[in-house]
Design a protein. Structure first.
Length: 170
């Protein structure tokens, strides 16, 4: 069964945070980077930390989800981490899923799945990345997951199409 069939749907409240993630992804794209953005939210709904992709200079580990895990490890008490949620424009890669689980963060809500992104890239003739795009639950099976969000998927697709020079105006 695919991740899309096992994840919970995105709520209207979740979508508010996902809008910020998509804005961060657009910011990353404007800076010449891969279009991904993420925010860490505490149980009260306060955004604790946010970041965007920063891999353009050659460090492929500078994903915003990984940066969130590192920031949380240094700044959020271990007993409070499981109540925090990471919102992200794209589903965590295996590296970020593992970091999320090792740090002990709570749920993950994403706008588009790895399955969607992989299908888009394949359809555009873009070769696959260096790491197999596993769903979050294949790496960290106990993390609650919500997504993808059909409302934001088209917007995220446009960002990725632009990144790869794909004209989807047809």
């Amino acid at each position: 069964m695919s991740e899309q069939n096992t994840a919970e749907p995105v709520s209207p409240q979740d979508r508010e945070y996902l809008h910020r993630c998509v804005a961060l992804a657009a910011e990353a794209l404007a800076e010449g980077d891969e279009p991904f953005g993420s925010v860490l939210v505490d149980p009260r709904g306060e955004v604790l930390f946010e970041d965007r992709n920063r891999v353009k200079d050659g460090d492929g580990t500078r994903h915003p989800e990984f940066e969130i895990a590192r920031w949380a490890a240094a700044n959020v008490a271990p007993g409070e981490r499981s109540g925090c949620v990471v919102y992200t424009s794209g589903e965590h890669c295996p590296m970020c899923s593992a970091a999320h689980a090792w740090v002990g963060l709570g749920g993950i809500v994403y706008a588009v799945s790895s399955e969607q992104l992989t299908a888009w890239r394949s359809g555009w003739g873009i070769p696959p990345g260096p790491v197999t795009p596993l769903p979050i639950r294949a790496v960290a099976p106990d993390i609650p997951v919500s997504g993808p969000d059909p409302v934001l998927a088209a917007e995220v697709r446009v960002l990725h199409a632009r990144r790869h020079g794909v004209d989807e105006s047809n």
